[in-house]
Design a binder for this molecule. Sequence first.
Ligand code: SF4
Length: 216
Amino acid sequence: VSEKKELIIGLVKNAVKDFAVPSVTEFARFHDPYLVLVSCILSLRTKDKVTVERANALFAKAKSPQEMLGISSERIAKIIYPVGFYHTKAEVIRNLSKIIIRDYKSKVPDTREDLLKIKGIGPKTAALVLGLGFNIPAICVDTHVHRVSNRLGWVVTKRPEDTEGALEKIIPKKYWIGLNTWFVAFGQHICMPVSPYCSNCPIEKHCLKKGVLKSR
Ligand code: SF4
């Protein structure tokens, strides 16, 4: 079973190699968990291009929790506009910076448990910070990973929160960190929410197409 999954993951990885990587993956190259964390907050409900642009603008002013506290939340909101919920996110970013300084010696914590204690960090963000920020295996399940895994028939879950645990049981650990990057790009370009390109899909013969009502 696991060999077949490896084959499918390999085909997906190959199919997306020329597509742009998801916005947060862009920031993984700095190997700085704080930058991964902040860009992840910005990316929620925001287009990739806007996330990358505004995150770069923000990091030009502040790259650490201390530097972030040197900027007011009004100013942060102005810098990150037009990301979704920019006012709330500015508050969240300042607050989590405060908590990281106060409770974690200015370093982003590296356990899921501690990350989830911080207001504004949910399971998706925690998994990305662990994987892309610390290189600790974690599966980040967003809407694309959730949808594709269910269509394939790998999992039968209603909510992305349930998909994470279900995938952990069936996907070899070495793919956990990369899975989000590959499946997000795959979900944006091939296995889209409405009318996926099944006729042009490299894994069609391995897919149960569960819940697909219309495809091209
Ligand atoms: S065959 Fe269709 S539903 Fe299945 S993974 Fe490919 S695009 Fe998605």
